[in-house]
Ligand binder design. Sequence first.
Ligand code: DC
Length: 218
Amino acid sequence: MKIAIDGPAGAGKSTVARKLAQQLGFVYIDTGAMYRALTWKVLQNKIDPENVEALYELANNIRIHFEYHSGQQKILCDGEDLTAAIRLPEVSALVSTVASHPAIRKIMVKQQQEMARNVSVVMDGRDIGECVLPDAEYKFYLTANIEERTHRRAAELSDSGFTIDYETISQEIIQRDKSDSEREVGSLKILAESIVIDSSNLTIEQVLQKMLAIIQGE
Ligand code: DC
């Protein structure tokens, strides 16, 4: 079974997707983490994020994979653990630009489809229902209002030791949503078959129970 969870930044997709996968015994694939890992490499190698040829070369030559250690998911790129690095504010600021190039998305989508082959998965991102898993049995679109998403991102950053003011986080999210929604290929959108869940006034547990009820046909 394939389950797609798409939606804007900070809607709680990763937390819900991870828990849903745990409950169902499925593999969880965080596609945002993959675009972030590539972006970290772009920064490390001082590549111009508008230089599609250089980006293409990089994306084709790095190996991104996930590992699981006592229930925790780690993302590795060429053997290097990037789990913490991909959450740095400089990565968040650049990732949407890197992800905007159709040639780069083609490489990433192919890798994501390979990861999902022959296994049951919960995959979260922006274009999962439309491009990566068009045949997914369930396509959720998880959203929340901007205030709630900003609060959640601020709390997440604070847990990781960053203090960034509320307004800066809010602007970064709005900017990223705009760029993720307006790109030509793999843009963020609600599909005709999407099951929309607004998590503004729901806890993670309530969102999870809603999804489980739908999947288990209650
Ligand atoms: O889910 P996230 O905030 O970690 O995603 C980071 C960025 O990666 C997001 O702003 C856009 C990009 N992304 C994408 O273009 N397609 C996906 N399937 C997942 C993420």
